[in-house]
Design a protein around this ligand. Structure first.
Ligand code: 13P
Ligand code: SF4
Length: 366
């Protein structure tokens, strides 16, 4: 499927013997999901990107929602938001190309300010990151003095600069509990995702103040969807992302970050599984788990789907679009991310083990 705003079909590169020699081993990884006719369009870009990466000492950090030809064929590191942030912090490449959305590229720049960080499409945004500004956080701090501010990594650098500690979906419960302990409070501000906040609130006794943000992809799933899927495929194992509404998680067998879901499939090898999240996840995880049947209702993230092979190649050729952040903001925004990375996390957050029936999170308006 061509990505949004993609010019690839107009500017197809030739598929020749040289390209074949460079990419045949990669096609082996993805051939179950990419028909040969489509591969002939992708392969020349994959060969050119992998050559340029070597020449320029560049790495590609690929989020789990990237399409298989990006995730499996040009990504040097793939994973969830937390894993990608950790890779950016320790990478010794000169250039990082973020195959993901803008807030992820900003996180990489904040953690590796000396590197050139490129986002292949500047418009690859996020409804969560767009829902909250640094000024909003300052007002919240005035309204709740002394209450620690935990922000989801799906936020802008300006928001992170106002934050005490960041979290991702894989560590949110633990981060909230640590923040309350460190600040000696029984309340934590966890923003901007109201559903993540409610799902965390169902797992802890800490009181949570949240914000009216939501992921436009995950908020569309409903508990009825899950019941229908179970009726259609009896015995199916349902894995959901914690950006889904709480009643969706209550119907799921397991909820965790994108990598948490992927690990669940790898470890447990269920006969039938459905991933209640972005569509490319199932494609990528299915390629690594050929014995598992994936039931396919899913929602596309239009922002993630802006990233395509032609745009990644153009980014490496032209060094566009470079992510630049005011050094003062970098300095402030780095602390809450580094605090999160430094936490000795004992476990990944699980959102539906011993889940409380009532969901207590206060939505703040400023
Ligand atoms: P994780 O990969 O951290 O689970 O987050 C998913 C997400 O929302 C990325 O857009
Ligand atoms: Fe943002 Fe949701 Fe897309 Fe992730 S899936 S980038 S949270 S809109």
């Amino acid at each position: 499927m061509p990505a949004f705003g993609d010019e690839s079909l107009k500017t197809a590169l030739p598929f020749n013997d040289e390209v074949r020699a460079k990419t045949d081993h990669l096609y082996e990884k993805v051939k179950d999901r990419i028909p040969e006719i489509e591969w002939r369009l992708h392969a020349p870009y994959i060969a050119a990107i992998n050559d340029l990466k070597k020449q320029k000492n560049a790495v590609i950090l690929a989020h789990n929602y990237m399409t298989p030809e990006i995730f499996h064929c040009v990504g040097d590191f793939a994973g969830d938001s937390l894993q990608l942030a950790k890779e950016a912090a320790k990478s010794d490449a000169d250039i990082i190309v973020q195959a993901g959305v803008h807030f992820m590229a900003e996180t990489s720049k904040i953690l590796a300010p000396e590197k050139t960080v490129l986002i292949p499409d500047r418009q690859a945004g996020c409804s969560l990151a767009a829902s909250l500004t640094g000024a909003d956080v300052r007002l919240l701090k005035q309204k709740y003095p002394g209450v620690p501010v935990v922000t989801y990594v799906n936020t802008t650098a300006d928001v992170k600069a106002e934050t005490d500690i960041c979290c991702t979906s894989s560590n949110a419960v633990e981060v909230v509990e640590q923040a309350a302990q460190e600040f000696g409070t029984d309340t934590v501000i966890l923003i901007p995702d109201q559903y993540l906040a409610k799902n965390v609130a169902a797992m802890t006794d800490i009181k949570i103040v949240t914000w009216a943000g939501a992921c436009e992809v995950h908020e569309r799933f409903t508990a009825d969807d899950i019941r229908e899927i179970r009726e259609g495929t009896p015995g199916v194992i349902v894995l959901a992302h914690p950006e889904c509404p709480p009643d969706v998680l209550a119907e799921a067998d397991f909820a965790g970050s994108t990598s948490g879901m992927s690990n669940y499939v790898k470890d447990k090898q269920p006969e039938n599984v459905v991933l209640i999240t972005e569509c490319s996840m199932s494609d990528n995880v299915a390629l690594e788990n050929p014995n598992v049947n994936f039931v396919r209702p899913c929602n596309l993230c239009p922002h993630m789907k802006r990233i395509s092979l032609p745009k990644i190649l153009r980014a490496l050729q032209t060094m566009e679009h470079e992510v630049l952040i005011d050094p003062e903001i970098i300095e402030k925004a780095r602390k809450p991310i580094e605090r999160m990375i430094a936490l000795p996390l004992k476990r990944q957050s699980m959102y539906n083990h011993q889940r409380k029936p009532e969901v207590a999170a206060i939505e703040a308006r400023v």
